[in-house]
Design a protein around this ligand. Structure first.
Ligand code: DGJ
Length: 754
């Protein structure tokens, strides 16, 4: 059992393979946080919490003369606002009498086999024998607010999840003004944190800051998790890097407004809080009602960021993603967006599909513009009826023709959006999110459908279901192209408008849950103007998400690198697109575009009917290579070997979990004259086993024959026929990456056991 409870002493210890977490209810009933870190035993470690009289840090009534006991400095499992803790708090409640005070005391606990679930919300799941649940119950004696702290322990994965259920057992209604999912108090304060900021077409850049005194926070008030900050953060020791140092990962399974906060307090302790953003949150909890917070997944690594990321990757792949497509090989796709934008005919699409099928592409995705009056982005959203005039046939006929080419058929939707110029809006203006008496903010000239309403949810479920029933669709791209403001629902009472933002997300999840359950054959890919809703919550419904609207392979190095800290390759939508690139105008070799897209779900997004014959041949070889190494790429252990901030080269690796093979990909993002050699330490191989290196020659197809010969002769040791190197040598001495032959050169090196 991964959970050890000493009920008499109020001591709870959670063990995973390599980590330990401990909390203790003290004599006063406060649930103190004791420890989270490297695995240790389950003896009481609360001796490390040293009370001391701190001026201006008050003492709870009933402590007598014990001035050293103050909630203002004690490490707590779930901190509350208004009763003597002046730091950031996890819970803020307005009681029926208008007061804002809660003081939680330990009541009870329960332990059960298996992992708890959360009604209506995504959550890590596991087989009963793979996880355990601890539920600790706290209560505020005055208001009778009951707090159930939920802990899910996935021992093998080194993952602990947290969520909270809040029950109003009192006689008066209360208002939840803040209900975070997690509070983690560290007894020390020498940390940094990594957060992921960005913008449309440049998501998830890394920022590393010292957690100095004061409050540090990132979050989103945009209705979605956003391009601008990601609901994922790492708190780490100052010297932590890919391979060393203590670090803690926090991934929030939520696709709406979130806040991650950290505060270093007066005595250099650090508090980290994660939950729904409190700015647009005010939830009425009537007597007898319960509120469930979304879940946070936590992992600790004593060996740097690499291990931390791999713990999350494994868990997302196995314990968050669901459905038929979780394990099944996903098809190599072609999407028509960057090829045609809104201007296409059905005949043109069939030509593209036919050519693509001949090259080995397996799925044709028809993007925006196939429905309603939608020849640009000013109209038509909401009218999910095929535009047969534009297609020249029914949608079913088009899909059938594409299927006859030997391809699967996929379709784009933006179910949460509505255009003012649409039949849906004309019929139901009250379904759009807007504040009465004010003109709503337009973004991409569109409005947002009120997904907090059950009638709107049902309408979308019905419309999409009909299309799925009538058409052989096996893939859906679920897009959402704006942030939400003017938050207001015509279906909510005035005093409940503070519930809108969260109810919207619950509505979104209900629609996704219903459709994914009803149509298990369909692979859903998430998208929000690229990576504007790239979070672990969405991955519960859509096992892959379009990573960014920036398809430039060199820009993608940073975007996919940042994303990899919290999310696996199998979740990152990535395509080969045309050059000059539509977002950056950069010209990158075809082989490099392929190598970078293969560090994702892999597909194409260009007019395949217009590419030169030689590139067509490259497409065939890329698909062949990708399929041959599919399991290694998609389910291998991921290592970041050189960051995009490196002077010359970005390098990553995926290794077979048993160490039989690895694939190293290097992309020269900066070419220098007379350059220094690039050597990387290969990880995840068996020390004493011999390996040979197979270079994917795709990266040199552009070379004239004599240069090719010369290059091959000058390859570093290990690449020539018959040469082998041990795993230990590759780990300790390294692998030399062949030099760059041109700008933005990429090399894929397959390392195989001999
Ligand atoms: C934004 C997406 O990220 C693009 O790939 C494309 O689907 C457009 N929306 C269509 O409007």
């Amino acid at each position: 059992m991964a959970i050890i409870a000493d009920g008499k002493n109020g001591l709870f210890t959670l063990h995973t393979k390599n980590t330990t977490y401990q909390m203790k209810a003290d004599a006063f009933g406060t649930l103190l946080h004791v420890y989270y870190g490297e695995r240790t035993d389950h003896t009481d470690k609360s001796y490390i919490i040293c009370g001391r009289n701190r001026g201006f840090s008050g003492n709870p009534y009933g402590m007598g003369k014990r001035k050293e006991y103050s909630l203002d400095v004690l490490p707590q499992e779930y901190s509350c606002y208004g009763t003597g803790d002046y730091r950031i708090s996890a819970l803020k409640v307005q009681n029926g009498d208008g007061s804002q005070a809660v003081q939680l005391r330990f009541q009870d606990y329960r332990i059960r086999k298996g992992k708890y679930a959360i009604p209506g919300l995504p959550a890590v799941y596991a087989l009963e024998e793979e996880a355990d649940t601890l539920e600790v119950i706290l209560e505020d004696a005055a208001s009778k607010v009951e707090i159930h702290l939920l802990y899910g322990v996935l021992e093998e994965n080194d993952i602990i999840t947290r969520a909270v259920k809040i029950i109003n057992r009192g006689d008066d209604g209360i208002l939840l003004q803040k209900a975070a999912s997690m509070n983690l108090d560290f007894l020390d304060g020498d940390y940094e944190w990594l957060t992921f900021y960005g913008r449309h077409v440049m998501e998830r850049n890394i920022q590393r800051d010292e957690l100095t005194h004061g409050i540090h926070a990132v979050g989103s008030v945009r209705g979605t998790s956003s391009h601008h900050y990601n609901p994922f953060a790492i708190v780490c020791e100052k010297n932590a890097d890919e391979e060393k140092g203590s670090c803690y990962g926090f991934s929030f399974l939520y696709s709406g407004e979130f806040q991650m906060e950290a505060e270093k307090d007066q005595v250099d302790q650090t508090r980290v809080i994660c939950g729904i953003h409190p700015d647009n949150f005010a939830w009425n909890l009537r007597p007898g009602e319960a509120f469930d917070t979304p879940e946070v997944m936590m992992t600790y690594s004593g060996a740097g960021f690499g291990t931390l990321s791999r713990n999350l990757h494994r868990t997302i792949r196995k314990n968050i993603c669901r459905g038929e497509w979780k394990e099944k090989r996903r098809p190599v796709l072609i999407n028509n967006w960057e090829a045609t934008y809104f201007q296409f005919s059905g005949e043109q699409l069939v030509q593209m599909a036919r050519k693509a099928a001949g090259l080995g592409i397996e799925l044709f995705v028809l993007d925006d513009g196939w429905f309603g009056k939608r020849d640009d982005d000013n109209s038509g959203l909401g009218d999910w009826y095929p535009n047969e005039k534009k297609l020249g046939c029914t949608l079913k006929e088009l899909a059938d023709r594409i299927v006859e080419c030997g391809m699967q058929f996929g379709l784009w939707f933006e179910p949460e959006a509505v255009s003012e110029d649409s039949d849906l809006y004309r019929a139901h203006p009250d379904w759009a999110v807007a504040v009465p008496g004010r003109q709503p903010d337009l973004s991409r000239n569109q409005l947002v459908l009120d997904f907090s309403r059950a009638d709107v949810q049902d309408y979308i479920i019905g419309r999409m279901s009909t299309i799925f029933e009538e058409t052989p669709v096996t893939y859906v791209k679920w897009d959402f192209n704006r942030s939400i403001c003017d938050k207001y629902s015509m279906a909510l009472e005035a005093q409940s408008q503070g519930e809108f933002a969260h109810r919207y997300v619950l509505g979104l999840y209900r629609v996704l849950e219903t459709l994914t359950e009803k149509f298990p054959r369909i692979l859903f890919e998430g998208c929000s103007g690229g990576g504007g809703r790239f979070d672990a919550g969405m991955l519960y419904y859509t096992p892959q998400i379009w990573c960014s609207d920036n398809s430039d392979a060199i820009a993608r190095l940073s975007i996919q690198y940042g994303t990899s800290f919290g999310y696996p390759i199998s979740a990152m939508g990535a395509h080969v697109s045309a050059v000059p690139n539509h977002q950056t105008a950069r010209i990158v070799p075809f082989a490099t575009r392929g190598s970078v897209a293969m560090a994702g779900t892999f597909g194409y997004e260009l007019d395949i009917t217009k590419i030169p014959e030689a590139e067509g041949e490259e497409v065939k070889r890329q698909i062949h290579w990708f399929k041959a190494h599919y399991d290694l790429i998609q389910s291998g252990e991921y290592y970041r070997l050189r960051a995009p901030s490196d002077r010359q080269c970005t390098v990553w690796e995926t290794a077979d979990p048993k160490g039989k093979e690895a694939l190293v990909t290097a992309v020269y993002h900066h070419v220098e004259g007379n350059a220094a050699p690039v050597t990387v330490k290969v990880q995840g191989l068996c020390q004493e086993v011999y390996y040979r290196m197979c270079l994917n020659m795709e990266g040199m197809t552009q070379l004239p024959e004599e240069m090719r010969e010369k290059f091959l002769q000058c390859l570093p040791y290990g690449y020539h026929e018959g040469e082998t190197v041990t795993g230990a040598a590759l780990r300790q001495c390294g692998l030399v990456i062949p030099e760059a032959l041109e700008e933005f050169q990429a090399w894929q090196i397959h390392i195989v056991e001999v």
